[in-house]
Design a protein around this ligand. Sequence first.
Ligand SMILES: Nc1ncnc2c1ncn2[C@@H]1O[C@H](COP(=O)(O)OP(=O)(O)OP(=O)(O)O)[C@@H](O)[C@H]1O
Ligand SMILES: [Mg+2]
Length: 366
Amino acid sequence: MNLVSLRLRRFRNIDALDQEFGPARHVIYGPNAYGKTSVLEAIHLLALGRSHRTTRDTEVIQYGAGGAYVCGRFQDENQAVSEIEIAITPAGKRLRINHTVVPRLSALLGKVLLVILTPDDLKLVRGAPSHRRRWLDAAISTLDVTYLKRLQEYQHVLKQRNVVLRGRHLGGFDPKLLEVLDQSIVPAGTDVVLARYDFLREFDRHFRSIYASLCANVETADVFYASRVADGPSLKENYERRFEASRAEDFRYATTSFGPHRDDLRLRINGEDAHRFASQGQARTLAIALRLAQMAMIRRRVRRMPIILVDDLPSALDANRASNLLRLLPADGQVFITSTERRYAEEFVGEATYWKLENGKLTLRS
Ligand SMILES: Nc1ncnc2c1ncn2[C@@H]1O[C@H](COP(=O)(O)OP(=O)(O)OP(=O)(O)O)[C@@H](O)[C@H]1O
Ligand SMILES: [Mg+2]
């Protein structure tokens, strides 16, 4: 999958940009605040229907403008081209695919595969479990639409169940409704946990080997799913038992205390908890390994090459790790890399198309 052209209108600091891109590697360089991340953000928005920086869509609208518009033409492995357009106004986000209005953003799911590496990924290591759950859910969803459906069902029932539980404190408790909800939350929750275990089992193998390559085998790292219900053939029964056992706690705190919404993804370096002990560079390496393992999973399961975005090379990586990262990026896929220094990028990326970003315009610099 390749991005063949990109069009931006009043998107962050970029007033108007129209650019065509070839396959392979692109380096976008320019000083701080020139809009490099914004260009990647626009590509991310087109591929996945949302920004990687914000959950508030309207933030991307240029100050003082009424709306932002992005359009990208993507070419797949069979040379078929799809045009994706997203218009964002204070009234909402509108998606068109091949000139037809598409009411649901989920129509984009799995169409353009994309993996982004950004300095913000440090949150996956140092941030709250919710960051890791969100990333994990998105990573599984791109590969498995039924997972997303099941997860949404779970989240929907969870919300309702918590409302019912709060009713117990507020005097409007409905035990019948709770019973009904419990009958659907348990199987949905079990499915979510099963799918996460299943995904991470294979994922961990990629992750370990990628981490080892990034640090030239001087450290080992692994990732595992941390849940109050253990993996194994009796997961279903155990889930049910755990769920029942936490009922008293649920009543006390008026919220659902057990389930995949409380689980976490844990990272270790040399067997030690990385969330607490990793250095800045190790944390960044872990985050990169998570993203590259995600890319490896896509390649294995869907047999397609995602577009790769690398924001701000190398940020906190030493020279060895930075060049190992570049080596791990696919030679046969489209990659967009941003950097503040052209010379720095040249040293690590080598052959690529170099674009200078200035005044909201990309200029080809050979
Ligand atoms: N909605 C907006 N309208 C106009 N300008 C904005 C908007 N949102 C952000 N900006 C500005 O756009 C500029 C470009 O931001 P961006 O993060 O893309 O820069 P960058 O080139 O990636 O910088 P860095 O090298 O520091 O990462 C910044 O000055 C930022 O404050
Ligand atoms: Mg930036």
